[in-house]
Design a protein around this ligand. Structure first.
Ligand code: FMN
Length: 248
């Protein structure tokens, strides 16, 4: 098979007729709803989504004004605004069954919600610069990589797109693929990409409420980025990024 046929092969072999029985149908245990995080690390409770004083913004305006923004003002995001963006993209509204699934503000195939959100924080009130992990089930942030120079490593992994550092925050969505393939086997690899689009679109629209701009980013070096995040690149891999900052 020629290398440039790999996309066609992927679409062919992930048709339902080829897909093997899923771990779920074989009775194998379900993976946890969220990746474990290091409990001993410093954590930050985010403002409660129900209490946020985020102004209303007309949905039609948000949709029609949406555009990719790559340059930002120096104004930081507040923790409340960051809470809003995390809530609208991955916030957990409900857990149903006995830890069977989460319902969130975005749709997901089979409600698998197989993402972890990491943030490269560059300019957010009250947070030191560094990479944080979002704990969606508890709506809080945990310090993840706080070493000097980590923002430059992210710039490098994003093929030198400087906006990932010259902004307030870069959202880094990591796929925890077993959460999806447990139900859908190889077809889950299609669904994870579809799910990621919904998440980023909510970010674009939610940014309208706080006068922020967003740019989706898919040009990054997979292996370098996974290494920066200390994930294995197979069970967990970076799937999509988005840069966010206040509009000029
Ligand atoms: C899947 C995807 C990947 C993208 N990757 C990048 C990127 O790596 N760098 C970038 O500057 N813009 C990126 N963009 C933004 C597009 O360039 C942008 O959406 C397009 O030019 C249309 O402009 P608009 O969003 O302002 O309507 C990406 C958008 C999508 C949906």
């Amino acid at each position: 098979m020629k290398k440039d046929h790999i996309g066609k092969e992927f679409m062919e072999k992930t048709k339902y007729e080829y897909v093997s029985k899923s771990d779920q149908s074989l009775g194998l245990p379900q993976p946890p709803l969220e990746t474990e995080y290091a409990h001993k690390r410093k954590s930050f409770d985010l403002p409660d989504p129900k209490e946020l004083k985020i102004k209303d913004y007309n949905l039609r305006k948000a949709i029609e004004e949406r555009e990719s923004v790559r340059k930002y003002s120096d104004e930081p995001l507040s923790l409340e605004e960051l809470s809003w963006l995390l809530w609208t993209t991955q916030g957990v509204k409900e857990i149903y069954g006995e830890n069977y699934a989460t319902l969130r503000n975005v749709p997901s195939a089979g409600a698998r919600h197989a993402f972890e959100t990491f943030l490269l924080v560059n300019n957010v009130e009250g947070l030191e610069s560094g990479i944080y992990q979002y704990v969606a089930l508890e709506h809080k942030l945990v310090e993840y990589i706080m070493t000097d120079g980590v923002a430059d490593e992210v710039v490098k992994a994003a093929y030198n797109q400087k906006m990932v550092k010259n902004n307030s925050v870069t959202f880094i969505w990591v796929a925890d693929i077993v959460r999806m393939t447990w139900r859908y086997s190889e077809r889950g690899y299609r669904y994870i990409h579809l799910d990621a689009g919904h998440v980023c679109q909510n970010l674009y629209l939610a940014a309208g409420n706080i006068n922020a701009g967003v740019c989706a980013i898919a040009a990054f070096h997979d292996d370098i980025f996974n290494k920066v995040l200390r994930i294995d690149g197979e069970n967990q891999f970076v799937i999509y990024l988005a840069s966010v900052g206040k509009k000029r």
